[in-house]
Design a protein. Structure first.
Length: 347
């Protein structure tokens, strides 16, 4: 079994046990494992495309190479669906039930098995020939959240995974987010070598922003990488924080195990932070950035005090079931993060 298979096994067991804290930790491990696997898979895919384009192949060989790309696409889509479903399950099992996440795990195992078998077949085909220049593109950023008015640097790495040089490699960045530079030459790239170049993106609007990097050489080698950024402004982040706090407040009120003085104390603290967040939204509506930030700062402090109070009670006699406590804690931490980021975003 591969490392990813082992993590998937543990992930499935954590979900069955309703251990959301462990599920969240394993979700991060899965994300990292997927990223590591994708580099090797992209290299093999680039070599496969280059050979199909530039070398004479027998029908069986051509089918082997084409089938791999189709299966790889299914694996990438299923990985994305699993990470999304897993994140939603951790946040709220009522929104995405455990059965749905487990179904995605089983489907990914099936696709992984097929991809591993096909990888061996593809490598046998490629070993028998000289692979032309094969460009592979990957990107990295400092990570989100992405805010209106923010500049982000994307590290663009271009690798030649073939056995021949890539000549006159050219990069073009296509986006409404004013990439800088928008296009540039990197010259020749020897077989097995890679180069990393920075590209700056300016987020001027709160919207879904796509950046497409297209890399080509004069002999027809090509690769493409598409990035999607969700860019938020001050209003959207403050509204997100307010929605989370309201959800937790209703969650506490509806929980029969939280009653009396404990319920009143927790709800009172949350309502105070809701008032601060609403005041921030009113100031945002009036384009008063400094006053909005003051209200957001107050809300952040109030939510931090709520967390301290809640965690102290968890360590005492009035403790909740671990899964309920984890849900409340992670949601409020998310609200604090939203409020803190709202202070940095433009109106």
């Amino acid at each position: 079994m591969t490392e990813t298979d082992n993590i998937l096994t543990d992930f499935k067991e954590a979900i069955k046990a309703d251990d959301r804290e462990q599920t969240a930790n394993l979700l991060d491990e899965l994300d990292t494992a997927f990223e590591e696997a994708e580099l090797t898979e992209r290299q093999l895919s680039a070599q496969s495309r280059s050979v199909r384009r530039n070398r004479p192949l027998e029908p069986a060989q051509a089918e082997t190479l084409a089938t791999y790309d189709g299966t790889l696409s299914s694996v990438e889509l299923t990985r994305g669906a699993l990470l999304t479903a897993g994140s939603m399950y951790v946040a709220d099992p009522d929104e995405v039930p455990a059965t749905e996440v487990i179904k995605a795990i089983d489907q990914l195992r099936e696709f992984n098995g097929a991809l591993n078998e096909q990888s061996n077949d593809v490598e046998q085909v490629l070993t028998a020939m000289d692979v032309p220049a094969s460009l592979v593109v990957s990107t990295s950023t400092d990570g989100g959240p992405y805010l209106k008015g923010q500049k982000v640097t994307v590290s663009l790495t271009i690798e030649n995974a073939g056995n021949e040089p890539a000549t006159s490699v050219f990069v073009k960045a296509d986006s409404q987010a004013s990439p800088e530079p928008e296009q540039f030459d990197i010259g020749n790239l020897e077989a097995g070598n890679e180069i990393t170049e920075p590209v700056t993106i300016q987020f001027e609007k709160a919207q879904e922003t796509t950046v497409v990097f297209e890399v080509t050489d004069e002999d027809g080698a090509n690769a493409e990488e598409e990035l999607l950024f969700t860019v938020n402004d001050k209003k959207a982040l403050a509204e997100g924080a307010l929605e989370i706090v309201a959800t937790v407040r209703d969650q506490i009120r509806d929980d029969d195990s939280i009653t009396g003085g404990l319920e009143n104390s927790l709800v009172s603290q949350l309502e105070a932070s809701e008032n601060s967040l609403q005041r921030a939204l009113d100031e945002i509506k009036d384009k008063h950035s400094r006053q909005a930030n003051n209200a957001l700062n107050t809300a952040t402090q109030q939510l931090g005090a709520f967390l301290n109070n809640f965690e102290a009670r968890q360590n005492g006699r009035s403790s909740l079931k671990d899964s309920k406590a984890f849900s409340i804690t992670t949601r409020i931490e998310g609200a604090i993060e939203n409020a803190a980021n709202a202070k940095k975003a433009e109106i």
